[in-house]
Design a protein around this ligand. Structure first.
Ligand code: SF4
Ligand code: SF4
Length: 370
């Protein structure tokens, strides 16, 4: 039997559109009862990258989280919600600004505080992911400067508490190495069901500073690798060229072969997204492996601060693993001699005040490709 991926159009975030689309998705996948049993403990894990409002499109939209939570709760299951933002970001702020606190109050659902951790293969993960009967991943569809796209596989990185995430970014700053780490984390507890918020997606310099695009889709599957492969194909990429997908497939963690994936819902030809803008750094993935390690030393994006939009909140200072960022006399500065280009500051800045500058070598490679 082929791996199934359901794709349905969903024009907006009105509760009625979202709940009706979710019902159709559950039905295509064989009914929600297939995944959730009454009295089960269900962990919902949206992408809550930073303390930003739903309109900024950085995090999974709260209407999607709420409608999924409501549907599961109505079955008599116990629901909890949680995600770990980056190091230095207050989880209470994140829950308040992303709309999770409101859902928690309205539906009487607990928000995870990340105080219980279990180490597996030397990697700390939040305990709830092992305690729950069902792990439902709710990623936001965005581009990602290190991993090209962030979808079903990458969303599991939020199971690692913030401070350890920063450490992993620091130890493995290069795109291919980092993708392998993400697959390591993903493999420790694969989600039972993944529903991707692609109603409004982020293209360009995601996962935090890209541009929003109305893509009007909800996608779901029990196989995150198949789902990410379909996402890649929808935006014109070969899934095998996206390291996080090819690595997960190589380790037998899911399906990447499009011939072995059954797409249900919308006609396949109607869901393609033309001219989806990819991050600048994606160009590194086209280099032969032999030259990649050498090339990434100088062919890279590096972060800069826009001091006109910087609000001196200090999130980047706390989150930088090598203490390369300072705020002095009202100016936020990055010491590029210390910076390891992990891009944590770029991801976590809640005010989009950090942008990526291309190195000269990367600019030249871009020109050659045009
Ligand atoms: S760049 Fe400025 S606004 Fe952004 S996290 Fe750093 S201090 Fe805060
Ligand atoms: S300044 Fe460099 S090392 Fe520090 S968080 Fe930003 S990219 Fe990472």
């Amino acid at each position: 039997m082929k791996t199934q991926v359901a794709i349905l159009k969903c024009a907006d975030y009105s509760p009625i559109s979202v709940s009706q689309t979710l019902e159709r998705i559950f039905s295509l996948l064989g009914g929600i009862e297939k995944f959730i049993k009454p009295k089960a403990k269900v962990f919902l894990k949206p992408n809550l990258l930073s303390a930003t409002s739903p309109e900024e499109g950085v995090t999974t939209h709260p209407v999607i989280v709420k409608e999924v939570a409501k549907r599961i709760k109505d079955m008599g299951a116990k629901v909890v919600i949680g995600d770990s933002p980056g190091g230095g970001i207050s989880i209470e702020d994140v829950y308040a600004k992303t709309g999770m606190e409101k859902i928690s109050k309205e539906l009487g659902i607990a928000l995870i505080k990340f105080d219980k951790i279990r180490k597996v293969n030397n990697c700390p993960l939040i305990e709830i992911v092992f305690e729950c009967d069902c792990f439902v991943s709710l990623p936001k569809f965005k581009t990602h400067s290190l991993t090209v796209i962030t979808g079903g596989i990458k969303n599991s990185f939020g199971l690692v508490p913030g401070i350890y995430k920063t450490e992993l970014h620091w130890k493995f700053p290069r795109p291919r190495e980092f993708s392998k780490v993400l697959v390591d984390v993903f493999s420790l507890r694969k989600p039972d069901l993944i529903i991707i918020d692609g109603v409004v997606s982020m293209e360009g310099e995601g996962p935090a500073a890209g541009s929003l695009r109305n893509t009007g889709l909800l996608l779901a599957s029990t196989d995150a690798v198949a789902l990410d492969s379909i996402l890649a194909r929808i935006i014109g990429l070969n899934p095998g060229d996206v390291p996080i997908i090819s690595e997960a497939y190589r380790r037998n963690l899911g399906e990447m072969d499009l011939e072995k994936i059954e797409v249900m819902g919308e006609p396949w030809g109607s869901v393609f997204i033309e001219d989806f803008q990819l991050p600048h750094q994606t160009v590194l993935n086209i280099l032969p492996r032999g030259v990649l390690n050498f090339a990434t030393h100088f062919m890279n994006n590096y972060p800069e601060v826009n001091n006109r939009t910087c609000r001196k909140c200090g999130v980047c200072v706390k989150g930088c693993p090598v203490e390369a960022i300072t705020i002095e006399n009202g100016v936020t500065k990055i010491n590029h001699k210390l910076c390891v280009k992990c891009l944590c500051c770029f991801e976590f800045c809640p005010h989009k005040a950090i942008y990526l500058k291309k190195s000269l070598a990367l600019k030249i490679l871009d020109l050659v490709r045009r």
